[in-house]
Write a protein that binds this ligand. Sequence first.
Ligand code: AP5
Length: 189
Amino acid sequence: MRIVLLGPPGGGKGTQAARLVEKYSIPHISTGDLLRGAVSAGTELGKKAQAVMDAGELVSDDLVLGILKDRLAESDAENGFILDGFPRNLVQADMLEKVLEEIGQPLDEAVQVEVPDELLIERLLGRAEIEGRADDNEETIRKRLQVYQEQTAPVAGYYQEHGKLTQVLGVGSIDEVFERICSALENRS
Ligand code: AP5
């Protein structure tokens, strides 16, 4: 199973990916987590990415593609993966298509989780109190939502055109959303 999870900041991609990992025994590959790891480790990439992430903007396509390719080359991704946070724009969607073709692992499905903005802000401000992520403050959250609408939402249309898009309502309990995702994946054409 090779899946892309699409959805706005706070949409529940990471939360649902953790459940999907258990169900399908494939790794969760989050470009946000990979970038935060590089920031914590103080690598050159992390130094370049930090200010961009703190501002709620997108890190450059080439930098993110580089870390994604390295991660996809690890042995645990041979039998599938759940990609979270990539692709983030149409250029990245094309890049991903090419990379997956090169490694002979075409995508099965893109699942878009849809949640209204007000609930997203509430969830992310709630997470800020627990985890203290640098980009979970109201100003940056609103910027991330704007970037999502302008740059990432069109990626759903890309997968729709390729006959690979499933849209799922991300409102309700974590279990309810998970059930919706699983049944959508099981019933996909
Ligand atoms: P990234 O880490 O990808 O962040 P994001 O897309 O903003 O997504 P979040 O992690 O905030 O939300 P999520 O959908 O995973 O929700 P979660 O499950 O955590 O990216 C961060 C930054 O890195 C970007 O802004 C950019 O700068 C950079 N970046 C990353 N990828 C990039 C790329 N490809 N190109 C360029 N730049 C890139 O849930 C959120 C909260 O809600 C949690 O507290 C959770 O417990 C709660 N929750 C979840 N589901 C429910 C539910 N059903 N009911 C109640 N609460 C729920």
